[in-house]
Ligand binder design. Structure first.
Ligand SMILES: O=C(O)CCC(=O)C(=O)O
Length: 268
């Protein structure tokens, strides 16, 4: 495997884009062949057939978390490992062996019912039942993004404008930081985010299979109905936090994630 230090790095404009807009798109972040292998595994797990659209009877099917090959390789390419260091900061993220769940979206006339604006929560609140850790309804997110270094979108199929690309409110991580700040360490749960970043332009997470979007954990995003022809395969794993993000550092070694939060709060 290539040493991450030798891998293609994000340039200054991409890092600036991440700080200002809350995401960066990395083309060819993992090989297309891995996406093909991953889709073959998922088709064999789906209760419908790849070449028979009459069997695509639901707008979305959520497949449970995938680990092992080819998913492990896809999330650990040298390009990505280097980008994690550049965006989250060395030591501030933890590698993953698995890629998590896939909401597979199918061309379908029905509203999928899960297309609301949101951010992904990152830690269980004190009121969470310890035996029900998979019930995310009481999970929380706080101003230092406890537990989560990044949100990531991994495209395992070619995704065009009609193929249910995830919608992204560009720059919404900044008002989101201001919404979270007053809640301090405890953070917020059960958030209704229809209004947060509602005036932001909307981008869509399109790209060829093998594209990855690295997103600020506070980026407000939403699914949408599939209006195309080919099912969309995308994973949206968290990059787990290594050490917690900090908004005050004696050595000023702020990562782009931290710089964005500091700017949102008028600290920089
Ligand atoms: O499927 C998508 O486009 C996004 C889904 C999403 O954001 C979620 O399930 O949290």
């Amino acid at each position: 495997m290539t040493d991450p230090d030798d891998a293609r790095a994000l340039d200054a404009a991409q890092i600036q884009q991440f700080i200002e807009q809350g995401f960066v798109r990395i083309d060819n972040a993992f090989p297309r062949e891995l996406a093909e292998q991953g889709r073959a595994i998922m088709w064999s797990d789906l209760p419908c057939r790849e070449h028979d659209p009459s069997t695509w009877r639901q707008p979305v099917i959520r497949l449970p978390g995938y680990g092992g090959e080819p998913f492990r390789q896809a999330i650990n390419t040298p390009v990505l490992l280097r980008a994690f260091d550049q965006i989250a900061g060395p030591g501030r993220w933890r590698p993953r062996e698995n890629i998590g769940t896939f909401p597979v979206r199918f061309p379908h006339p029905d509203d999928p019912g899960d297309a609301g604006w949101h951010v992904d929560v990152s830690f269980p609140g004190d009121d969470c039942d310890p035996n029900e850790r998979s019930d995310f309804s009481a999970w929380r997110v706080n101003i230092v993004s406890r537990g989560r270094a990044l949100l990531m979108l991994f495209l395992f199929s070619d995704v065009g404008e009609d193929d249910a690309p995830t919608r992204i409110r560009m720059g919404s991580h900044l008002p989101m930081a201001r919404y979270l700040a007053p809640a301090g360490e405890a953070g917020r749960s059960r958030m209704v985010l229809d209004d947060v970043g509602a005036d932001c332009d909307v981008a869509v997470a399109t790209g060829a299979a093998g594209t990855v979007y690295l997103c600020h954990p506070f980026l407000v995003h939403a699914a949408q109905q599939h209006r195309g022809k080919t099912p969309r395969f995308m994973a949206q794993p968290a990059l787990a936090a290594g050490e917690p993000y900090r908004l005050v550092r004696g050595d000023a070694a702020y990562s782009p994630v931290e710089i964005a939060i500091r700017r949102a709060l008028g600290m920089a």
